[in-house]
Design a protein around this ligand. Structure first.
Ligand code: ARG
Length: 462
């Protein structure tokens, strides 16, 4: 066999035997990295310009290459040919460029390696993908804010251990899902900053022997800065790990929001209606109306976290420099970005159409939610909290035994339980009074919730 069998590959020269048929499909990555073609072209144009400025190419060659890259762009815009034999997107672009401009195409790879090339392509892709996800996440945040804005007057049970705990404004609940996702958006922005570092000029591992201006390359390609160490650069996938961590946190937060929506929409709670457009029915049970959007969102979290764990496992223990293992990184970050771009618009749409069912909320609000307020009532009359906790506990148990609500227990019972109780204890049995009592920043009082919403609006400003 001869090296002819490596025709088309970018590295055939030193081989005397062809690639084993079992190796061929394992070696291919075009199906996965094909989607990088625009970034590969962008990087190639910038590289051609940098080589020209460094005196490696002359102006005529540059012009030829740029025209050729434009023609390759036109061809690839129609789709990557299904029968392309090329190993990866970099090989495909170089082959097509050769078809368009002839041997001068072979000059473009001077001083460049696929190692710094793929790192560059991925970062260019990543910055755009992170911007997209940022936008979609912002839409979810806006939908949560809008839901909060129309939920200020409604008081719902607040839960701990999934047991009714204390009353809260429904707006407060909605905002409790806004803040985690807003923190995620901050993390996404940090990941984008981490991505915004130029690899080109690092070569295979040791840098570039031609005097290319890396600051110029960074400016041309929209990177904030230039990487510091060529060996680090060709294997640095930290920005991807950051991205996948953000993705898994978004997944975790959406799964918790989804779980609340599922519970709230169930017959047992029944306090919220997920819009029809985001629900599905059952092929068997005619009555079913399932909040699928929330379940699908909840279901994505395992996959998103899996992508993070896969990448960390992939990176662990790799020796310095580029290793082919790194080819596996792409499907993980592509998948996380794709899944987020799929799920976020649906969640935003569903939230926009969610409607409370106030009559049902009134049914499920248990007066026991006010037990803490009763305890606080005594505290305000100078009873130590531990004593008052004990007293209210006994009253709750008494009401339960007698099948009465706390508010219908006669005043005498209260006064028997503790002499500090007076007629105004009835005041405690107003949901508004309970939420209004918590007027500290971050609390449930109207002013505190308005302040939260104001802060959220401010942070959501473009
Ligand atoms: N397809 C490769 C990857 O994704 C491109 C870099 C190949 N470099 C190499 N030395 N074989 O990582």
């Amino acid at each position: 066999m001869t090296s002819k069998e490596h025709e088309g590959a970018l590295w055939g020269g030193r081989f005397s035997q062809g690639m084993d048929p079992a190796m061929v499909p394992l070696n291919l990555s075009l199906a996965e990295d094909g989607r990088l073609w625009r970034y590969d072209l962008e990087g190639s144009r910038a590289w051609a310009r940098a080589l020209t400025r460094a005196g490696v190419l002359d102006e005529g060659e540059l012009e030829k290459l740029l025209e050729g890259l434009d023609r390759v762009e036109t061809r690839l815009a129609e789709g990557i040919p299904g029968d392309a034999p090329d190993e990866d997107i970099h090989s495909l672009v170089e082959r097509l460029l050769g078809e368009e401009v002839g041997p001068v195409a072979g000059k473009l790879h001077t001083g460049r390696s696929r190692n710094d090339q793929v790192a560059t392509d991925m970062r260019l892709w990543g910055m755009e993908a992170l911007d997209d996800v940022d936008l979609e996440l912002t839409r979810v945040l806006q939908a949560l804010l809008a839901l909060a804005e129309r939920s200020v007057d409604l008081v719902i049970p607040g839960y701990t251990h999934l047991q009714q705990g204390q009353p809260v404004r429904a707006a407060h609940w909605a905002l409790s899902h806004l803040w985690p996702l807003l923190r995620d958006r901050g993390r996404l922005r940090q990941a984008r900053q981490a991505a915004s570092v130029l690899p080109l000029g690092s070569g295979a591992l040791a840098g570039c022997p031609f005097p290319v201006d890396r600051a110029f390359l960074a400016r041309e390609l929209g990177f904030d800065r230039v990487s510091e160490n060529s060996m680090d650069t060709v294997s640095d996938r930290d920005w991807m790990a950051d991205t996948l961590y953000c993705g898994s946190m978004v997944g975790v937060h959406l799964s918790r929001l989804g779980e609340d929506l599922i519970l709230f929409a169930s017959r047992e709670f029944g306090i919220l209606r997920v819009p029809d457009g985001f629900s599905t029915g059952s092929s068997l049970m005619p009555q079913k109306r399932n909040p699928d959007v929330a379940e699908l969102a909840r279901g994505k979290s395992g996959r998103l976290t899996g992508n993070l764990v896969s990448l960390l496992t992939l990176l662990k223990g790799l020796p310095t420099g580029y290793n082919r293992d790194l080819q596996e990184d792409k499907r993980l970050v592509f998948d996380t970005a794709d899944q987020l771009r799929l799920v976020l618009p649906a969640v935003a749409g569903a939230l926009a159409g969610c409607a409370w069912r106030p009559e049902r909320v009134r049914e499920i609000l248990s007066q026991e939610l006010l037990a803490t307020d009763l305890a606080d009532y005594l505290v305000r009359r100078d009873v130590p909290f531990r004593t008052s906790h004990e007293v209210i506990g006994r009253l709750v148990s008494m009401a339960e035994d007698e099948g009465m609500s706390l508010s219908s227990l006669p005043l005498e019972r209260y006064q028997e339980a503790h002499p500090a109780f007076e007629a105004d204890v009835k005041e405690v049995f107003r949901w508004e009074a309970s939420v209004e009592a918590r007027s500290v920043p971050g609390g449930t009082a109207r002013a505190a919730v308005e302040a939260q919403m104001e802060e959220a609006r401010h942070r959501l400003q473009p």
